[in-house]
Design a protein around this ligand. Structure first.
Ligand code: PMP
Length: 795
């Protein structure tokens, strides 16, 4: 144990203090009152009843280098961030030094420092819980102090070993014998130390370390009008993790929060306090996941240290009666805190700091290990059958986290994601995640205020499109974007008829479900104002001309409807990823315009580089649409979408219908995500990579299927990373085999690969991974695919 802790604190008399103040600092005083200190002697000096300074007489065992460390750190904080009200030591008479030596008549020399009197008062633990405002202010000041100390270094700090540092919990292990056996207290402290050794120690090296104040407790932080007016006493500084610094604050303030309204409240209030403190801290310094996860464990360790140290010092007579009188009554509050934190268990402690009700919906701080089936049942009870059913309903995927094109479930199993196109540049791409978080912590407002992010995003999108597509409407989903295109088309053309492909999907709103026969047809809701045409199927060599389109247009007209809009998904995702020829699409656009209609290129699936050769799938057809709609990949998972059109169309629409406003449309957070996606597409040269990955994937799949003699793999087609694998009963009849296709999809999941199914006969495997998928993942897919087909055939 360090010497100052086991050497009694100095006991200068009032007269001694008055003499020392004037001789070393030139401060005249006529009275001195003790402020109570554990290792040193702290006094407030008065003159004529007015406070003059705070004097600190250091423990004789104290290394003077450490005193300099404290003084220099306080000066450093004051100069880096003057908003932190730190007490900066006064200089001694006629010199720059901040400590002076005073020789007592007993022959001993004491190091003395004097500080200005800071405004405000110390709160008492008995004052009860702090207000939320004060908790936040406390944490904000702590975070600012640590931030200012980031650039501070001193050799004494690196060498300093302080037993209060929760990271050094095990140093106190030999002192456990002083902890009373009553109520199982010693064994509880022993359990905590054992847990620390096995579970906390290994994680310490992942934490950010620096010099920290280390003791934002009630004695060291002064409060005035619910604001922090002073930070004193850098005596517990050390070089440690910022998580440890935060944990010490939690421990100190926990004493006021463990007891609410006179009774021990325990975990719920402690965790609520912790969450508010973290809000304050993270307003200044965001913490990483390791730091947040370890804070409650370090908090518990610090409470344990407080108890062990007090037991030891009282047990060996080191504690003064004054401190025993002050701290003795607080021991039950430490004990209550320790029990509450321990009983939460590691998961409860960690989740309780993040959510008032954890993700399993249990009471604060308890985590359910509910089996997947039980969670699925809960989903059904509160979300019901109206929302899209779970994929793999026999064994649903419970996602824990994801990165690139890999998803990890809660059991730790990794799946190659060949299904999700929304996380376009890869799951949890740091560029996008940080862009969202940064903007969310700055401001998020609507389009009524001037903010450059929507404007610059609109400019970037426009610059990738034909020049006449010059007006951008931001919204939140692909459905809304298509809905708006439809409103504009009908408003401008004054016509009511629409056309889409036979098995298309374009959205969920009343207008867009009408041209989403993939969904609408299954319930028999095929509205009369929409005509559908079957796209050519090159695999079966059906009619590859525009005949079906012309016939659909004629049917529309025969109902007395004129054409307002034709909508086409350039990668034909819902129609089975059939491949369209440029001449064919060009012809359809021409026929549309001749019929007075407008063309909507739906890029919700095919945009943002999915086809590899172009940014937008319509570009590979060489056409010039009237509307381009974007969604899904635009924010890499963050909801953001848009409809881009020509100024003349927009003007006409506004004249007819009034302006368009969607609360979230164009908000800066969504636009930050939109920018980040475009940045990554450029920086990582994603498009050429997509071309190679897609071609490699299709060729390797064809080769492997042929080598394994898999006759049911009828056709492997696509462009970029939009691939369809058509499953048939055999290669001769080419009969669609939906059952086998579904069995292969499920077998692929069992083998660790996620895909979807699509097409009018549900017999096309939809292989549509995040664009983070590269040629390196191809063998993983192909091996699993061949195995899955064999599994499905054998079943
Ligand atoms: N268009 C296409 C081509 C789509 O695939 C989808 C969604 N699957 C939409 C529009 C609708 O987008 P959202 O679900 O964002 O409304």
């Amino acid at each position: 144990m360090d010497d100052p802790l086991s050497t009694p604190a100095p006991t200068l008399s009032t007269e001694d203090a008055i003499i020392a103040a004037v001789s070393v600092f030139g401060i005249k005083a006529d009275d001195a009152r003790s402020l109570g200190s554990e290792r040193d002697q702290a006094m407030m000096l008065f003159s004529g009843g007015e406070p003059q300074c705070v004097m600190k007489v250091s423990n004789l065992a104290q290394d003077p280098l450490l005193l300099d460390l404290e003084s220099l750190a306080a000066c450093h904080v004051a100069s880096v961030d003057p908003s932190v009200p730190v007490a900066v030591p006064l200089k001694i008479l006629g010199a720059e030094d901040m400590r002076g030596q005073w020789k007592h008549h007993d022959g001993k020399s004491y190091w003395i420092r004097c500080y200005p009197v800071m405004p405000g008062t110390q709160r008492e633990y008995g004052d009860g819980p702090l207000s939320n405002g004060l908790l936040k202010a406390w944490a904000i000041t702590s975070a600012r102090c640590s931030k200012a100390l980031r650039s501070f270094g001193h050799v004494a700090a690196f060498n300093k070993v302080t037993p209060w540092d929760a990271q050094r919990t095990l140093m106190m292990r030999p002192l456990l014998i002083y902890v009373p056996e009553e109520r199982g207290l010693r064994s509880l402290c022993t359990d905590v130390m054992n847990f620390f050794e096995s579970d906390v120690m290994p994680r310490l090296r992942l934490l950010r370390h620096q010099v920290v104040h280390g003791d934002f407790n009630m004695g060291n932080v002064l409060v005035q009008n619910e604001k922090i007016s002073g930070v004193v006493d850098f005596g517990d500084m050390s070089f440690t993790s910022i998580a440890t610094d935060i944990a010490s604050m939690f421990c100190a303030l926990g004493l006021s929060h463990v007891r609410v309204g006179g009774r021990i409240d325990g975990a719920p209030e402690l965790l609520r306090m912790g969450r508010i403190l973290l809000d304050g801290y993270q307003a200044i310094t965001p913490l990483d996941e390791h730091e947040i996860a370890i804070i409650p464990d370090l908090w518990m360790a610090r409470v344990c240290l407080e108890m062990v140290c007090f037991s030891w010092r009282t047990g060996t007579g080191l504690e003064t009666q004054q401190r025993i009188d002050t701290w003795g009554p607080e021991q039950p509050l430490f004990e209550a805190q320790l029990r509450a934190l321990w009983e939460l268990g590691p998961k409860g402690r960690a989740s309780g700091l993040l959510f008032a009700s954890d993700f399993s919906g249990n009471a604060p701080g308890t985590v359910s290990d509910a089996p997947t089936a039980a969670m699925a049942d809960r989903r059904n009870r509160s979300i019901g059958p109206g929302s899209e059913p779970l994929s793999y309903s026999d064994d649903p995927l419970w996602v824990s986290h994801a990165s690139g094109c890999w998803i990890t479930d809660t059991s730790g199993r990794k799946f190659l994601d060949c299904y999700n196109n929304v996380p376009c540049v890869g799951h949890a791409h740091p560029r996008v995640a940080v862009a969202i978080a940064r903007q969310a912590s700055k401001a998020n407002v609507n389009m009524r205020y001037l903010h450059p992010l929507a404007i610059t995003l609109a400019e970037r999108l426009k610059s990738s499109l034909p020049a006449d597509l010059d007006t951008v409407f931001f919204c939140n989903s692909g459905s809304e974007a298509n809905d708006l295109a439809w409103r504009m088309a009908t408003s401008v053309t004054k016509a009511r008829g629409a056309m889409c492909t036979k098995h298309a999907y374009h959205g969920i709103s009343e207008a867009t479900i009408a041209f989403s026969p993939e969904t609408a047809a299954s319930c028999g809701h095929l509205p009369t104002h929409v005509e559908r045409w079957a796209p050519p199927d090159a695999y079966r060599s059906t009619d590859l001309t525009d005949t079906a389109f012309r016939a659909a247009l004629a049917r529309l007209n025969s109902k007395g409807l004129n054409l307002a809009m034709v909508i086409l998904d350039g990668v034909m995702q819902s129609d089975g990823i059939v491949q369209l020829e440029p001449e064919y699409v060009q012809k359809l656009v021409q026929l549309t315009h001749e019929a007075g209609g407008l063309w909507c290129a739906d890029e919700v699936q095919g945009g943002h580089g999915r086809v590899g050769s172009h940014m937008w799938s319509f570009q590979k057809f060489g056409i010039s649409p009237d509307f381009v709609t974007m969604g899904k990949p635009m924010g890499n998972g963050h909801p953001v979408a848009c409809c881009i059109t020509k100024r003349a169309i927009a003007d006409q629409f506004v004249a007819n219908e009034g302006v368009y406003f969607s609360t979230f449309g164009g908000n800066p957070v969504s636009c930050a995500a939109g920018h980040a996606v475009l940045d990554v597409l450029e920086d990582e040269a994603v498009l050429p990579r997509v071309l190679i990955a897609g071609d490699t994937l299709r060729q390797a799949t064809r080769d492997a299927a042929a080598a394994a003699g898999l006759d049911c793999v009828g056709d492997v087609r696509g462009r970029g990373l939009a691939t369809g694998i058509e499953i048939v009963t055999d290669g001769v009849t080419k009969d669609p085999n939906a059952e086998l296709c579904s069995a292969i999809k499920n077998a692929l999941k069992r083998r660790g690969v996620l895909v979807g199914t699509a097409g009018p006969h549900c017999n096309v495997l939809k292989v549509r991974p995040p664009l983070a998928f590269t040629a390196a993942e191809v063998p993983v897919f192909v091996d699993a695919f061949v195995g899955a087909v064999q599994d499905a055939l054998a079943a």
